[in-house]
Design a protein around this ligand. Structure first.
Ligand SMILES: Cc1cc2nc3c(=O)[nH]c(=O)nc-3n(C[C@H](O)[C@H](O)[C@H](O)COP(=O)(O)OP(=O)(O)OC[C@H]3O[C@@H](n4cnc5c(N)ncnc54)[C@H](O)[C@@H]3O)c2cc1C
Length: 457
């Protein structure tokens, strides 16, 4: 399948049909011919959401520019190609599910996925256990039942930590519970809300497999999916003000450049809306500002470590330890003969690590791996820490639901009038927040909102 047919069939294979039922009658295999928009649109941010919004709008006839604050395309998609003999993903790494436009794009671009028979290992009660051994333990199984039970949760909107307590998750395995729930969602169990978790479980439609790319990178896949949009990105344009009026929009960047258009799609991370790095004129409503405040996004980091030999079991996919770093996975598995682990940590643990500095973080990781495997420090070759909390214009990992967040995601996603539209992973109302395919789906949603709502000249 070529990229264009991928774009059209994927776009209407999922979200667009459910999000825009009124369009069903007019659409067959793709965006309908009459869904043209020949106005001018400014897209803010060149991550997955912004690039995909721009791609769709270009295809429907719009005159689009993408303004990106940093000096590169991709946002939270980034890799390091010098650390090892294969590119290490510093941000998004896995395609979450085989029923999404990202999966379709990956396959259409020739991507293959890591396919192996590996298993997870867990450290509790003083020793490392394989998945098979762990599931012989009652405390472990009670904890897994609590994870599985999130979708059926009927209590009030409390934290996952409180839910763990009422579900009798034992202190012996609570670190694994935190890894599987809070850390996986970009924070820790003391901060994440049960209603948001449950909603995500209920609405998730993209499939259950987590698919690491084997022969390509997330950057290459997103560039393939959004190829037409790449030349229209202007880098190092830090948007500072957005003026939105009934007759048009105006954007001013840090170097004083002014851009005018018919509509804006704003895709900046929720952190950037929280810290008011962009001034909206007129101001966003109190409801919108409150929604922005309620959506969480914490510091998060990857800790990449190379060893001279494999110190972990040959069939190990990931290991859940008891220290500050809740999970390490075997990044090199199925990709390279080198021996590389990635630690993944968010929320309060990431904050504690950040205070240690890079060398302190690497030492901490090695100490934790020594506990798990005995000889990590002896075989250590090199390491790197990528802290998304320090990434300019992003300042965190990905969004998560806080307790009592209510309909904050829906409110964030709502357009302001018919010229200011919001996209970006945090605005996904269908349960795919904090993913690349979710970000793309919000880009599609916002592009369609522009096409349907913005007055034509
Ligand atoms: C460590 C980590 C691991 C992850 N793993 C996965 C994974 O395995 N699978 C998965 O699907 N997802 C994963 N994600 C999540 C995924 O990367 C994001 O959900 C997705 O890439 C977000 O895309 P976006 O377009 O919404 O935002 P971004 O990619 O953040 O793009 C927003 C852009 O806006 C720009 N910007 C900010 N402020 C301004 C301004 N004032 N003016 C102009 N531009 C501005 C930023 O520089 C940025 O480029 C991971 C994320 C992290 C951090």
């Amino acid at each position: 399948m070529n990229r264009r047919s991928f774009l059209y069939t994927s776009a209407f294979g999922g979200l667009a049909l459910t999000a825009f039922p009124s369009m069903l009658a007019s659409c067959k295999d793709g965006l309908a011919e009459d869904l043209r928009f020949e106005g001018k649109v400014i897209v803010i941010g060149a991550g997955a959401a912004g690039l995909y919004a721009a791609q769709i709008l270009l295809n429907q006839g719009a005159d689009v520019i993408v303004l990106e604050a940093s000096n590169r395309i991709g946002g939270r998609i980034k890799n390091n190609s010098t650390f090892s003999d294969f590119p290490i993903e510093l941000g998004a790494e896995e395609v979450h599910g085989e029923k999404s436009m990202l999966y379709d794009a990956a396959v259409a671009s020739g991507a293959q996925f890591v396919d192996d028979e590996s298993t997870d290992y867990y450290y509790f009660n003083g020793s490392l256990k394989s998945q098979a051994e762990a599931t012989e333990n009652t405390l472990f199984n009670t904890m897994l039942e609590a994870v599985d039970g999130i979708v059926d949760y009927t209590g009030g909107d409390t934290t996952a930590q409180a839910y763990g307590e009422i579900s009798n998750v034992s202190d012996n395995v609570v670190h694994i519970f935190n890894a599987l729930v809070g850390n996986e969602h970009g924070t820790d169990n003391s901060r994440i809300g049960m209603f948001g978790l449950r909603t995500e479980e209920e609405r998730w439609t993209s499939g259950d497999q987590n698919l690491p790319l084997r022969n390509t990178t997330m950057d290459e896949v997103i560039r393939f999916a959004c190829a037409d949009a790449l030349p229209i990105v202007t880098l190092e344009q830090i948007v500072q003000t957005i003026e939105h009026h009934s007759n048009g929009v105006r954007v001013t960047t840090a170097d004083g450049t002014v851009y005018s258009a018919d509509a804006i799609v704003c895709t900046v991370p929720i952190t950037q809306l929280k810290n008011n790095s962009i001034q909206f004129i007129p101001s966003l409503s109190a409801a919108k500002s409150a929604a922005i405040e309620k959506i969480g996004m914490d510091r998060g980091m990857k800790i990449i470590l190379q060893f001279s030999e494999r110190i972990w079991p040959s069939n190990m996919s990931a290991v859940y330890g008891r220290g500050l770093i809740p999970i390490f996975w075997a990044t090199s598995l199925g990709r390279s003969d080198e021996f590389i682990l990635t630690g993944f940590v968010h929320g309060s643990n990431a904050e504690a690590l950040a205070a240690m500095g890079e060398q302190g973080i690497l030492n901490q990781a090695l100490e934790e791996l020594d506990v798990l495997f005995g000889e990590a420090s002896d075989t250590y070759v090199q390491g790197l820490v990528y802290d998304w909390g320090n990434e300019p214009f992003i300042e965190g990992a990905y969004s998560y639901p806080t307790p009592d967040m209510g309909d904050a995601i829906e409110v964030l996603a709502q357009p302001v009038g018919n010229r200011l539209f919001f996209a970006g992973e945090a605005s996904h109302t269908g349960g795919h927040t904090s993913t690349v395919h979710g970000a793309m789906e919000t880009g599609l949603r916002a592009a369609l909102e522009v096409i349907q709502n913005t007055p034509r000249q």
